[in-house]
Write a protein that binds this ligand. Structure first.
Ligand code: WTA
Length: 568
């Protein structure tokens, strides 16, 4: 039996106090996500239950029970405290999907510090801007990534501790670096969880916008209330489930639903730190007996490409519930998954700023393939006019998605950027920056983003960061970056560049520029193509109009450019 039942019944009389009660929340008492995800499960008598099953490259395997999660997160917390890390200090996690990332996250929260997870494929410049903005004081990383940290540490006066989790501390460790072995460090018996409250900061995730540098999205411990309840009702986790969230905790899905949601419910989850291949993924599901699988459209489209023949080689009968997030889940993917796995992927919609699922297809609800589903109970969602921001009530008419603020996992600020935060709220609505319509049955249909952010394979890439990297190359005079269509990743990055006098556009220069920016950016943000053009389309005031280049790539009508110019 699914936890969720009739949609209208669940919306009627909904209150977040349902989750508050289940989690024994008391606003006058400390509330800490790290404690809820480990100690509480042990206190409920489930300490010996498996919490994390991990598989890495070369067949490496590790398992941790909830007792281990509690003990090892205490060990990490104690170690950080011994270095002088204080509550609310930012501690960056810069690692592959290894156990230290998951358990370190809980340890950081337990000492009241702020966890700042960053995708380990980021290049040094992408890493720098995020550590610089956050004023991060410690970073936990691996030998294979420490070179990137070494390159930038001199420009980061606040970064005092570089902790390497897979170093023996002997050869080649530098003065400001410290080796730490999570599995071998002795257990600490007298650990005290910092008495964080509902409003204490917990996680800082960076997300890209159209303009300016990436923004730090600050969440608080109270976010657990909606992360827990959405995990329960939308992902439908039960005590005996084996859950697999394919997202990397460098991104919000990997923390909200790859750490906090499942561990707060005391469920067993498995993690595979091996690159994508259809065979490797199916093998993992088969061997681990995965029951609930939370993934993303790009992966699903890649699995579709591998075909039903590949599916048939494996026993995937353990699968009970499938969900997807991050980009539009096309109707074909939903229909195909139903045919290939006997289960349809349930689309879910949310974003870093919302912290938890906002719109989704609930278990048991009729799926309309291609639709994102309906708002979570307690979420007031609507569509507002793009210009006037007046609510649109007419079914099928497109506008901006809008939410009434006030759900527990809502971001509390953009780090040191109050004006960007305020700009997200208009006429009492929070605007996530996406366009959609609602049909007569209340289902949301995604249309597209309302800004120039590129969503490639479910990862948001801000054009500004790539354009800035391009401009650092001596040959580049101007640059504009847009998304171009791609059958698997939905869109990929394309750069337009004008060159300075004395430089010859062509393949050689393209290669040189690519090599130059590769070191600075993450592989996701790398343009698939650089097109040299004589001049970029601009407004009268000289602003580059990415939208014209975008329309050209997508074969869309450009329309009246004079109004576009006025818009800018
Ligand atoms: C997009 C990821 C269509 C959207 C959790 C959103 C989606 C951005 C969907 C957030 C979906 C997310 N259908 N588009 N089901 N889910 N998006 O912050 O543009 O990395 O604003 O959070 O991804 O991406 P973020």
């Amino acid at each position: 039996m699914a936890h969720f039942g009739n949609y209208d019944d669940f919306c009627k009389d909904f209150s977040w106090s349902i989750a508050e009660k289940e989690l024994e929340f008391d606003k006058n008492r400390p509330f800490n996500i790290g404690w809820h995800c480990s100690d509480r499960i042990c206190n409920m008598g489930n300490g010996s239950k498996k919490a994390l099953i991990w598989e890495g490259l070369g067949g490496k395997k590790k398992e941790y029970t909830y007792n281990d999660l509690r003990d090892r997160s205490n060990v990490i917390g104690t170690f950080l405290r011994s270095l002088g890390v204080q509550p609310e200090d930012r501690v960056c996690l810069f690692m592959d999907k290894i156990p230290e990332l998951y358990i370190g996250f809980l340890g950081i929260l337990k000492i009241g510090a702020i966890a700042q997870p960053l995708f380990s494929a980021f290049g040094d410049e992408s890493l720098f801007v995020r550590l610089d903005n956050a004023g991060t004081s410690a970073i936990i990383t691996q030998r294979k990534h420490v070179a990137k940290v070494r390159k930038i540490v001199d420009r980061l006066p606040n970064l005092k501790h570089i902790i390497i989790v897979d170093h023996d501390g002997k050869k080649s460790i530098k003065e400001n670096e410290i080796a730490f072995n999570m599995d071998e460090a002795p257990i600490v018996s007298d650990f005290h969880v910092h008495p964080t409250t509902a409003d204490s900061p917990s996680v800082l995730h960076y997300t890209s916008g159209t303009t300016g540098l990436p923004k730090g999205v600050k969440h608080v411990h109270y976010s657990l209330i909606s992360q827990y309840l959405t995990t329960k009702w939308v992902l439908d986790l039960h005590d005996d489930d084996i859950y697999w969230c394919t997202a990397d905790p460098g991104w919000v899905t990997g923390t909200s639903y790859g750490i906090i949601g499942p561990f707060s419910m005391g469920v067993t989850q498995c993690v595979m730190d091996v690159g994508f291949s259809a065979d490797a993924w199916y093998n993992f599901i088969q061997n681990q007996h995965v029951t609930v699988w939370y993934s993303a459209p790009t992966a699903i489209r890649s699995l579709m490409k591998a075909g039903e023949e590949t599916v048939k080689k494996y026993d995937l009968s353990s699968l009970r519930h499938l969900a997807s997030v991050g980009e539009p889940l096309n109707a074909e993917a939903v229909i195909w998954s139903e045919k290939a796995y006997g289960k349809a992927f349930h689309d879910t919609y949310w974003q870093t700023e919302t912290g938890s699922i906002m719109i989704s297809n609930f278990p048991g609800m009729t799926i309309k393939p291609g639709s994102m589903g309906k708002p979570f109970p307690g979420i007031t969602a609507g569509i507002v006019d793009v210009k006037t921001h007046e609510q649109i009530t007419e079914p099928g008419r497109a506008g901006l998605i809008a939410f009434r603020p006030g759900w527990p996992a809502m971001m509390r600020e953009y780090w040191k950027n109050p004006s960007a935060y305020e700009s997200k709220f208009v006429k009492g609505w929070y605007l996530p920056g996406d366009r959609s319509s609602i049909d007569k049955d209340g289902y949301f249909w995604f249309i597209g983003r309302d800004d120039d952010v590129i969503n490639t394979g479910g990862h948001l890439v801000g054009p500004f960061e790539i354009e800035s990297a391009l401009l650092e190359h001596p040959a580049v005079a101007e640059s504009a970056v847009v998304g171009k269509p791609d059958p698997v990743n939905m869109e990929v990055v394309k750069a337009f560049v004008t060159v300075k006098p004395g430089f010859e556009p062509g393949q050689d220069l393209e290669l040189q520029i690519m090599n130059f920016i590769r070191k600075k950016l993450s592989p996701l943000a790398m343009p698939q193509e650089i097109e040299f053009i004589d001049s970029l389309p601009k407004t009268r005031s000289g602003k580059i109009m990415r939208r014209i280049l975008h329309a050209r790539e997508w074969g869309e009508e450009i329309g009246d450019t004079s109004t576009l110019e006025d818009d800018e």
